[in-house]
Design a protein around this ligand. Sequence first.
Ligand SMILES: [Zn+2]
Length: 253
Amino acid sequence: MAHIVILGTAAAVNDANHDYTHFLLLGERDSPILVDAGSNPLGKIKDLGIDDEALQDVILTHFHADHVSGVPNMLMHMWLLGRQAPLRFYGLHHCINRVEDMMGSFGWQEYPNFFPVAFHRVSERFRAPVMENEDFIITAWPTKHFNVPTIGLRIENKVTGKIFAYTCDTEPTESLLELAKDADLLLHEAAGPPPGHSTARMAGELAARVEAGSLYLIHYQVWNTDPTPLPSQAEEVYNGPITLCKDLDVYEF
Ligand SMILES: [Zn+2]
């Protein structure tokens, strides 16, 4: 079994109990994969008993602060810990170019003996390959998130054949129908009404249309807002099991 470890659940305004939305993919055969880095994930990875050198792949969905602002701290921490293992980033040109600029602002080229970091640019189109390892095949679709190029992910477990679909930040859009088709597990944002985002009910509508096996709601409002009614809003239109993600939840797929 592979596992998804939820490292954060909040939309762009987080609080002490809800970190920014990011998660880890843990397969049975290969190294972990981190999806987004809105805060510094290394402490949580350490608490999970995972050696941070084992983390070698990071997918960045888009260049919004709550998804990428942890990158400089993460890289600096790794460097200070004496990391030698390479680290690979995957994302759209728009995002990767800005991450490189951001690191340039911190002058990281002058840090002595920095470990190898590679940037892989993902095409902005339907079914764009992101990466493949022994555990997963990961493909991206563009989503509709204001005017910021953003990708959602379809992750196939090579061992079980199960599909995990992640919408990332988006309002309802055509690409999601293909991205999430027949997903066993659909992780959908629920930040609020469009433009740029979706309500829990819209997440339920997609889950019903693509006949998802289960729906998980994430990237929701927490500041002065109670998220507990969100599953009942999705339940009005979707009959399958619905979970409101909590930080550090672990799901099998
Ligand atoms: Zn965003």
